[in-house]
Design a protein around this ligand. Structure first.
Ligand code: RFL
Ligand code: PHB
Length: 394
């Protein structure tokens, strides 16, 4: 067995794990990232597209802001359509200049991998059977398998950034870990199309046939979603069926202006709200999707992963800088406060805009009436806008 040593052992080379190792490296703290998949696999995943300004700031701090500045777009608002009409949430106007940045998670991850390479950061791909050990002690370690050998990484701390299906959460005893969950019995069928988006800003649609979302990655790449069954087979959605269903849910002007083309990616994502508490056990910390999941309606998942990494990197930096453990002690409490606010917002947007099986005629009327109220009240629109642009970090 080969044995190496590092200060922080990170499980998972998604955005959370890579961002953490990059921020630590810039402060002279060593880390090893263990990723189960190949880099090509990680970079082929199409996921988030909307970044809060806190996330953008953190990416700059990590030294990966240059391409983002050149290629991203800024959105000052978005539309919600219901009863056949579009209504705008003027985020910038309502919040005194708040905006979001549109730049794909795939690009964020690519930039982080390149930055790690440029600094000779250690990211071990295709690491099998990664297992955290002795997390309750002062000498935790990780083991993994690669190239027919077993390897061991001794460290001061282990950080689980291994997403919802990772292993790190299960290192916390069941008696300690509290789980909070709501599973929505629906999914989102998402596609990419190499065509210009229908408008500069995103459009969320509440329709009797189900929710739809018109989003984008650039001026020539569109991302569209339609609500579907959770066990929907994407192969049963040939291009024409997808475009027809999307158009049927859009207001007439949007449906008329949509530019269709071949679908270049097609997948179904389930909708789930999920939180575990605490996010720390001994010398093991959880961050990002390993600790919490939101339904994608509020565009918060990647942004929450980033805010966890903000708090945790600060805690680790203060610990190594001056032996100050307070940031690490308070990590779980402070991160969870922000997590729960985003959970509430994502749940609220989800139940406002989707057709859920449990909804009867009464619930549909309540939905319509809540939307009518939203667009009649500057206070209600402001509450939506300030959550969408992202609540401030503590
Ligand atoms: P990730 O990205 O899942 O990365 C975890 C990494 O860990 C690896 N891994 C392991 N490695 C070693 N050993 C193991 N046993 C391992 N098990 C897993 C995995 O291979 C992977 O590389 O988690 P992270 O870093 O916490 O990042 C979270 C975000 O990816 C996620 O929250 C967002 O994508 C959610 N999300 C959105 N978030 C936003 O902020 N804005 C959006 O607009 C937005 N849209 C979305 C989304 C997620 C979606 N899907 C598909 C779930 C839209 C969609 C459709
Ligand atoms: C996306 O572009 O993938 C996207 C945008 C907004 C959301 C969710 C996903 O709420």
């Amino acid at each position: 067995m080969s044995i190496t040593r590092t200060q922080v052992g990170v499980i998972g080379g998604g955005p959370a794990g890579l961002l953490l190792s990059q921020l630590l490296h810039l402060k002279g703290i060593s880390s090893v990232v263990l990723e189960r998949q190949s880099r090509d696999y990680v970079l082929a995943r199409i996921r988030a597209g909307v970044l809060e300004q806190g996330t953008v700031g953190l990416l700059h701090e990590a030294g990966v802001g240059a391409r983002l500045d050149r290629e991203s777009q800024t959105h000052e608002g978005f539309d919600i359509a219901f009863s056949g009409r579009r209504h705008r949430i003027d985020m910038a106007g309502l919040t005194g200049g708040g905006v979001v940045t549109v730049y794909g998670q795939t690009e964020v991850t690519r930039d982080l991998y390149e930055a790690r390479d440029a600094m000779s950061g250690v990211v071990i791909e295709e690491a099998d059977n990664v297992t955290p050990h002795n997390v309750e002690s002062d000498a935790p370690y990780l083991t993994y398998e690669k190239n027919d050998g077993i390897h061991r990484v001794d460290c001061d701390f282990i950080v689980g950034c291994d997403g919802f299906h990772g292993v790190s959460r299960s290192a916390i005893p069941e008696l300690v870990l509290k789980t909070f969950e709501r599973v929505y019995p629906i999914g989102w069928l998402g596609i990419l199309s190499k065509t210009p988006p229908i408008s500069h800003e995103n459009l969320y649609v509440r329709h009797d046939r189900g929710f739809a979302l018109c989003s984008q990655r650039s001026s020539i790449l569109s991302r569209y979603y339609v609500q579907c069954a959770v066990d929907e087979d994407p192969d049963e959605w040939p291009d024409e069926r997808f475009w027809e269903e999307l158009k049927a849910r859009l207001p007439e002007d949007a449906a008329a202006s949509i530019i269709t083309g071949p679908l270049v990616e097609k997948s179904v994502a389930p909708l789930r709200s999920f939180v575990v508490e605490p996010m720390r056990y001994g010398r093991l910390f959880l961050a990002g999707d390993a600790a919490h999941i939101v339904p994608p309606t509020g565009a918060k998942g990647l942004n929450l992963a980033a805010s966890d990494i903000h708090y945790l990197s600060q805690g680790l930096i203060h610990f190594y800088d001056r032996g100050d453990e307070q940031g690490l002690t308070n990590y779980s409490k402070i991160a969870l406060r922000r997590v729960w606010k985003a959970e509430r917002f994502s749940w609220w947007m989800t139940q406002l805009l989707h057709r859920l099986p449990e909804h009867g005629a009464f619930d549909r009327r309540i939905q319509e009436s809540e939307l009518e109220y939203l667009f009649s009240s500057k206070a209600a629109m402001t509450a939506l806008a300030e959550n969408y642009i992202g609540l401030p970090y503590e």
